[in-house]
Design a protein around this ligand. Structure first.
Ligand SMILES: Nc1ncnc2c1ncn2[C@@H]1O[C@H](COP(=O)(O)OP(=O)(O)O)[C@@H](O)[C@H]1O
Ligand SMILES: [Mg+2]
Length: 373
């Protein structure tokens, strides 16, 4: 790598502690990506062509979708990215028109829908055949793509079980698969939302999708991200610093970036040390509470929260039986919430009914809240 020219200004901080921003070093998701790509290369009916990723906030779902889109493009697929929001189906058609413009005939001309007498003009609304169903409009586009031997990859972020358009999409997708079309859907969402969508009848097509969880990064992978990112700015970091920072991040990609970001700022020296990490982790604390803990807690249900509050009373590990007693519920009932919270990445099982918080600062936050409120 060419040596960076040091002018008066230090190089920009290379870490990316904001949601959805592409990291300098991307690790640990190779298998997930390879499986989807293998599905695209295989053929209609391959189960990887309908995949849903779940993981807690900050586990790297959005960035993973972006990577899959890039790789899909390399092998001749047109990727279109949408979020699960009202208007999603129209948005998909719109994105196809943009992303695949080179393969498509110009959209149908607008029709004269009304004669308005605004001075002189005749109102002409350029509406693309809104009377046709989504399935029909998509069928036409897929025909045109097929003529060029191009597949269509739809990615949907932030899966929301309450969005009716998701069930239309699911039904029509199955119809297209039945027709042996070159189409695939890759989705991502928070675990509880996706599980809610699994159980809702209207979106049960999700149950037939391949379901993959984004596991915490291995320590070696977190260290690799930190090292490569630091070195991309022409600086160095000691082994001790790497271990300390990676450990503090608990395998959560967002925390790796956040701790890396604050650590990088602690010194102007060429080499970042373990002491810089200690100061960086400290400096990251406020952001971590705001950007991670508070946002995450806004997304959990009242009963999840009651469970977490009951846990926060323990200094070390918690025992499920005690939690149930504090909540005034049966152990079995508490057990279902234990599972939900594990899936959400908020707590970790420690064997024999014992659990601990998985997210750093969660316990501290709940304890502070208890003192104030
Ligand atoms: N595999 C990865 N390696 C390194 N950094 C990552 C990885 N995945 C995500 N990140 C970083 O983590 C943060 C959160 O990623 P994001 O995709 O927004 O998470 P999510 O969508 O699950 O909330 C971003 O700052 C991103 O740059
Ligand atoms: Mg996201």
């Amino acid at each position: 790598m060419p040596k960076l020219v040091r002018s008066g200004r230090p190089p920009a901080n290379p870490f990316t502690p904001s949601y959805g921003s592409d990291p300098v070093a991307f690790v640990g998701r190779e298998t997930l990506i390879d499986d989807v790509l293998a599905g695209l290369e295989n053929g209609p009916g391959d189960p990887n062509r309908s995949t849903v990723f779940t993981g807690p906030r900050g586990s790297g779902k959005t960035v993973l979708l972006r990577r899959i889109e890039q790789e899909a493009r390399q092998i001749g697929w047109v990727p279109v990215a949408v979020a699960a929001l009202p208007g999603m189906l129209d948005r998909i058609v719109e994105r196809i028109r943009v992303e695949a413009a080179e393969f498509l005939a110009p959209p149908p001309r607008g029709r004269i829908t009304s004669l308005t007498v605004q001075g002189t003009g005749i109102g002409r609304e350029a509406i693309e055949a809104p009377l046709l169903s989504w399935q029909t409009r998509m069928g036409t586009l897929l025909d045109e793509l097929a003529a060029h031997n191009v597949g269509l990859l739809i990615t949907i972020d932030e899966i929301d079980p309450g969005l009716p358009e998701l069930s239309t999409l699911g039904n029509d997708f199955q119809f297209f698969v039945g027709e042996k079309r070159q189409i695939a859907i890759v989705m991502a969402g928070l675990p509880t939302r996706v599980y809610q969508a699994f159980t809702a009848r209207s979106t049960s097509f999700l149950r037939r999708s391949f379901h993959r969880q984004l596991e915490p990064l291995r320590l070696a992978d977190a260290k690799a991200v930190l090292r490569q990112t630091v070195e991309s700015s022409g600086r160095h970091i000691t082994q001790g610093a790497l271990t300390r920072a990676a450990t503090a991040a608990h395998g959560l990609p967002f925390l790796v970036q956040l701790i890396g970001y604050h650590t990088w700022r602690q010194t102007a020296n060429d080499t970042i040390t373990a002491d810089d990490v200690t100061a960086g982790v400290d400096a990251a604390e406020d952001d971590q509470r705001e950007m991670l803990v508070e946002t995450t807690l806004r997304e959990v249900s009242p009963t999840d929260l009651a469970f977490l509050r009951a846990m926060a009373q323990d200094d070390g590990e918690s025992v499920l039986r005690d939690i149930a007693a504090r909540m005034g519920v049966t152990s079995q009932y508490a057990g279902t919430y234990r599972l939900r919270l594990i899936r959400q990445g908020l707590i970790t099982p420690r064997g024999r009914g014992r659990i601990v918080f998985a997210l750093p600062f969660l316990k501290e936050w709940l304890r502070d809240e208890g003192r104030i409120g």
